[in-house]
Design a protein around this ligand. Structure first.
Ligand SMILES: [Cu+2]
Length: 129
């Protein structure tokens, strides 16, 4: 094997394997302390999944919300002042917050996504100390 062959092999590896490895490493890094994954779909296609989350009060919550649907959705927990805004089809948003008081807080979709939109909701239960 001459120098040119080794150089070409290194370039091919650098242009194929390294970017893929970098994507996996970055994804692993940004999801390392995730509390939950929430899939968002219109109610007739699965609704929020899960629809009930339980977290302890005073501890940071990190949610990844994936709109796995063909229409726009939203995500809000108004009682905690949280609104992710518009989540386009196929897009992901991350939300980080710390619920400081125990209780049951409704979350729901904030975009008119289907005729069953009003059923697109769930509950975040914050347990006390
Ligand atoms: Cu909706």
């Amino acid at each position: 094997m001459n120098f040119k062959t080794i150089l070409v092999a290194a370039l091919v590896l650098g242009c194929t394997v390294l970017p893929v490895a970098a994507v996996f490493l970055y994804e692993n890094y940004r999801t390392r302390d995730l509390t939950a994954d929430i899939i968002a779909r219109a109610p007739e296609r699965g609704n929020f999944s899960p629809q009930k989350l339980t977290v302890p009060a005073g501890k940071e919550v990190k949610l990844r919300i994936l709109n796995n649907d063909t229409v726009v959705h939203g995500f809000a927990i108004p009682a905690l002042g949280i609104d992710a805004g518009e989540i386009k089809a196929g897009h992901v948003v991350f939300l980080t917050f710390t619920p400081n008081r125990p209780g049951a807080f409704d979350f729901y979709c904030t975009r008119w996504c289907s005729e069953f939109h009003l059923q697109m909701r769930g509950v975040l239960e914050v347990s006390g100390p």
